[in-house]
Design a protein around this ligand. Sequence first.
Ligand code: HAM
Length: 430
Amino acid sequence: MAEKIRAVKGMPDLSNPEIQSFQEIEQIARRFFESAGFSEIRTPILEDIALFKRSIGDATDIVEKEMYTLLDRNEKTLAMRPEGTASVVRAYIERYASREPEQRLYYLGPMFRYERPQKGRFRQFHQFGAEIFGVDDPYIDAELLNLATDFLDYLNIGNYRLEINSLGSKASRQEYVKILLKYLSEHQSQLCEKCLDRMFKNTLRVLDCKVSTCQEILKAAPSLLDHIDKESQKDFEQVQNLLNKLQVSFQINPRLVRGLDYYERTAFEFVSDDLGAQSAFAGGGRYNGLIKELGGPDLSAIGFAFGMERLASLYKQSKEKFLKRNLVFIPLGDASSEYCMQLMCSLRKQKLKNQFGEPIQLRAVTEYGDRSLKSKMKRANRFEADFVLILGDDELKSGTILFKEMSSGDQSEVLLSDISALLIDKLQKI
Ligand code: HAM
């Protein structure tokens, strides 16, 4: 037998049930972001390598160690995009910056990073990202974060925290880097090898180190937030005030620095303990200098990207948490069919939760038509109904309905005026 050819390491095929979660999330994301004024952009997977070097930064892990690059037949070096922002900024400069500078763009697609594969970390992964161009205002930062949390809420993803920080202006950060470097130099002997390597190349990233001995040293390190410029401080305070007004919960993480060089001021990550070691499922921030840096006008921008694999994993877990309830209405006449239909439709609109606040997924159907009660009950059993409601036209006239609890077999006559409240109560309690 010929030797099997296997998928490339870290580049898994996507199949069901994961693909279904992707499709559902994508559909909801499109609807959500389009209703907030975003439109889709699709950029190519291959770009001139200079684009990523200049935007993400030469000294970052992504550019230094993780990019897939290739020489085309014309000896030009191309890179497979490791993220979406740089490509979208390039496209924005080419298409919109001079004509319609205020733009909201979103994108979906595969990204490539040569990282060490592990749970939640791949060499080909997918992002859903959103970028707002041309407006430098804390209102935009707050609105974008509110949109992201609403989106998560809609997906029923609740167990996460939003961590925010301000990276200040480029100039104030450079000053801080000098101060941090001085502090780290004084403690060099206690730092791990990775930190020693990063210290001179990408000093801020040392703040990210998870090694416990380094963490100890970092506890007493000068804080970035104490050294950012006055304007950025004011801006950060306003972002926080606005988030509070919008009731978006957040935590300030003064050590959050991100792995890409282009950020200024607001930076953030969404983190969940349900994901294991790769706990950040989205990240982003403001990048006011990047458009100019890439040859465009001096305009500002902010954005974020969700990692789809990690988001899909949270979405799957949240769906499993759904408590399923099945409800069948059995009308025995025309007038009662109409009544049951209305009651069922109004119940479907309810956002039901149990006493622990966990969402309940209601499946409710009505058995219309003039089949016998026996045949309708048979279908209710196949539907695994928790409750069955039987309504004849005579009962409708007298204002009652038969309510049957399938697990116990108990049944009782209930006033029509009470049935909706009783059902909601029962559905939330079992
Ligand atoms: P990032 O933090 O590098 O930011 O990536 C965003 C998200 O992509 C991460 O939070 C994570 O969920 C996911 N991700 C990154 N690398 C991998 C991997 N190897 N395997 C699986 N998932 C991964 C950016 O890419 C910025 N472009 C975000 C942004 C948009 N900033 C402003 N606008």
